[in-house]
Design a protein around this ligand. Structure first.
Ligand SMILES: [Zn+2]
Length: 144
C-alpha cells in the first residue's frame, strides 16, 4: 500500500498511543499546525465505531484546548479531508487575524505576503512552541 501515513509518522512525533498519534506538521507559515492521526489505515470517521470515534475526538479537542490555553489564537480550524491521503487524520490549526491566509483556510490563497506583521506573528508562535509541545505531551500522555 502506498500510503504516506502508514509509511511514517507524518510529522514530528509529539505523542503516540496504540490507536493514535499527534504530530507537529512541517508548515513553515504555521509552526503550531498539529495533526491527530489514527494509526490504523481507515478512510472515514464512520469506519470507527461510536466509542472509538468519541475517543479520537477527545484527542482532537485536547489538542484544541492546549492551543487555546498556551497559544491564545483568534480561532482554531479543525479539518479532516483525506482527499489526497485517505488515511483518517485531523488538522488542528491555530489561526490569527494577522496570519498569511486569514480569513481563508490555510490551504487557500494567501491574503497577504510575508510582511512584517505576518512574520512577527509567525515568530511569536514559534517562540511559544516549546511551551506548547510540553503542554501537549503532559496533556496527552499516557492517553486522554
Ligand atoms: Zn495509511
Amino acid at each position: 500500500m502506498d500510503c504516506p501515513l502508514c509509511a511514517d509518522d507524518g510529522g514530528t512525533l509529539v505523542a503516540r498511543t496504540r490507536e493514535w498519534r499527534v504530530v507537529l506538521a512541517a508548515e513553515p507559515d504555521y509552526p503550531a499546525f498539529t495533526r491527530v492521526i489514527w494509526n490504523a489505515h481507515v478512510a472515514e470517521m464512520s469506519d470507527l465505531d461510536a466509542a472509538t470515534c468519541a475517543a479520537l475526538m477527545r484527542v482532537v479537542l485536547a489538542v484544541e484546548q492546549v492551543q487555546r490555553a498556551v497559544l491564545w489564537p483568534d480561532k482554531i480550524n479543525l479539518a479532516s479531508f483525506g482527499n489526497l491521503v485517505p488515511h483518517l487524520h485531523w488538522h488542528v490549526i491555530p489561526r490569527w487575524h494577522d496570519d498569511r491566509h486569514f480569513p481563508e483556510p490555510v490551504w487557500g490563497r494567501a491574503t497577504v505576503g510575508r510582511d512584517a506583521a505576518v512574520e512577527a506573528r509567525r515568530a511569536s508562535v514559534a517562540a511559544r512552541l516549546p511551551t506548547y509541545l510540553e503542554a501537549l505531551v503532559q496533556t496527552l500522555h499516557p492517553g486522554v
